[in-house]
Design a protein around this ligand. Structure first.
Ligand code: SIN
Length: 278
């Protein structure tokens, strides 16, 4: 199979045409990795993906990652994390609350996620888009002197701080806390394949080191505002059987609201672990 790559926006994003996840040879996988490095987020429509096939696809991009929170894994395949507002036997079958607010995944880990993929099984007719923007673009926009200043800054990322912002989340167990101690990453990271630099931003659970807290928060807010400029955001309107994969190092994403009383939403998610940011 040879698939075509059609840019979604000038700055980032690509739709893959003629792509079938069950029919990828080694050359196709290498091309997918290159397109992810180059375009940041890819969309493939009309994919038929059983959980095992989804997991097998993502394993070809690298070793899978296990989430700190394990209550939303698919029982028959724990490599798949479920996002959903559907209730069965009085319990959500997936996580209905996370992802609302710009973030990258697993920034609080020593080796944060390299790739995240979502697959749409049930999607609302309106709302619930997933938005993307590029932190490479934000870095490129800065004057050289500012870029050099930012390259000297280290940032502490804290899963405990993130968890405290979660709606209705049960307290973490001691074991879950131990799995995610605070970590320090550079504020500017380099993409391991392309060599391109981006500002490395997580959700609001990070503190730059060596500056007053207020100043640090202002700095991160300023960079986040630059990256998330609404004129440079791709909003993915879900269709059933969409597969969306993004390179998590420099693509920020966020979920958007929908009418939870009216619509059901069910997405599967699989993530691939990455390198220590440098
Ligand atoms: C996520 O943040 O991984 C989920 C995004 C979404 O639910 O749209």
């Amino acid at each position: 199979m040879r698939f075509e790559v059609r840019p979604i926006r000038v700055e980032f994003g690509a739709e893959l045409e003629g792509f079938d996840v069950r029919d990828l040879d080694e050359q196709d996988v290498r091309k997918l990795v290159d397109v992810l490095a180059d375009r940041g987020v890819v969309v493939a429509r009309n994919q038929r993906l059983a959980p095992d096939e989804f997991v097998a696809l993502m394993r070809r991009l690298g070793p899978l990652e296990y989430s700190v929170r394990d209550e939303f894994h698919l029982p028959e395949n724990p490599d798949v994390y479920v996002i959903s507002n559907i209730m069965e036997n009085g319990k959500y079958i997936g996580n209905p609350f996370d992802g609302f607010g710009w973030h990258t995944d697993m920034n609080f880990c020593e080796r944060p996620t390299a790739y995240t993929a979502l697959y749409g099984l049930e999607v609302p007719e309106e709302g619930a888009d997933t938005r993307f923007c590029s932190a490479f673009r934000a870095y490129d926009l800065l004057p050289e002197e500012r870029q050099a200043f930012l390259r000297g800054i280290q940032v502490r990322h804290s899963h405990d701080m993130l968890h405290a912002t979660r709606r209705n989340a049960p307290p973490l167990t001691a074991e879950q806390r131990a799995r995610a101690p605070d970590v320090v990453h550079p504020l500017v990271r380099t993409h391991p394949h392309s060599g391109r630099r981006c500002v490395y931003l997580g959700p609001k659970c990070a503190v730059p080191l060596g500056m007053a807290e207020e100043e640090g928060i202002r700095l991160l807010d300023e960079l986040l505002a630059l990256a998330t400029d609404p004129g440079h955001v791709y909003s993915h309107r879900w269709r059933v059987r969409d597969l969306v994969i993004w390179d998590n190092r420099g693509m920020l994403h966020c979920a958007t609201e929908y009418d939870r009383q009216k619509y059901r939403r069910l997405l599967h998610r699989v993530t691939v672990g990455g390198e220590r940011p440098f």
